[in-house]
Design a protein around this ligand. Structure first.
Ligand code: AMP
Length: 212
């Protein structure tokens, strides 16, 4: 039985990178609400149109809509043996809705991994992030440089531009950070320091704190 895991940490703390690797190793789906929203944006779906303004300004998509999308996703068959949630929950109401949704199914989040990275380091890392506008693949000039033949077509996502990064960090501190205390109270929080290490070392730290 895999675990139901929530990844916490500021935008740019490396949640996504770690979540992809963990999901691969554990054979469970990686569920990123940001990826779901961006895919819908690229494909011009109704959901994409609804969320466009929020994504481009770095604001959060309303809880109700976000929770609906996640609840649908968690009912798919591949979620039966656990999953890694990345970018969700993003507010205490979202965390509470997730707890209630799972409780009705006799389930719960077993671990919340918090990658703890300071604002200065976040700003440095996010400004080095580049993505492929066609596939959404993400690279980082510091940690995960793109192949040279791709360099020309890569862009800096609107939400990785300095003004938006600042807005996202503010939103993070105000709205998302309180979730850390929420999961601590539930007794499932694992803190992983992330300022002083690259992705491989952070991955080892995460593996070391997961229940066996
Ligand atoms: P991310 O890639 O996780 O940083 O998400 C990119 C953007 O998608 C965020 O800045 C929000 O606008 C939106 N988003 C992603 N996840 C959530 C969520 N759980 N709640 C509200 N908005 C979200």
């Amino acid at each position: 039985m895999g675990l139901r895991i929530v990844m916490l940490g500021a935008p740019g703390a490396g949640k996504g990178t770690q979540a992809v690797q963990m999901a691969k190793e554990m054979g469970v789906p990686h569920i990123s609400t940001g990826d779901i929203f961006r895919k819908n944006l690229r494909e011009g779906t109704d959901l994409g149109k609804k969320v466009q303004g929020y994504l481009n300004s770095g604001a959060l998509v309303p809880d109700e809509l976000t929770c609906e999308i996640v609840a649908e996703r968690l009912q798919e068959e591949d979620c039966a043996n656990g999953y890694i949630l990345d970018g969700f929950p993003r507010s205490v109401p979202q965390a509470e809705m997730l707890t209630d949704f799972l409780a009705k199914r006799g389930e719960k989040i077993e671990v919340a991994v918090n990658i703890d990275v300071s604002d200065d380091v976040i700003i440095e890392r996010l400004s080095a992030r580049r993505s492929d506008p066609e596939t959404g693949a993400v690279f980082n000039l510091l940690f995960n440089p793109p192949p040279p033949d791709m360099a020309d077509k890569l862009i800096q996502r609107d939400d990785d531009k300095p003004e938006t990064v600042k807005a996202r960090l503010e939103t993070y501190h105000e709205t998302t950070e309180p979730i850390i205390a929420y999961y601590d109270k539930l007794g499932v929080l694992k803190n992983v320091p992330g300022d002083d290490a690259g992705p491989d070392e952070i991955y080892r730290r995460i593996m070391a704190v997961l229940p066996q």
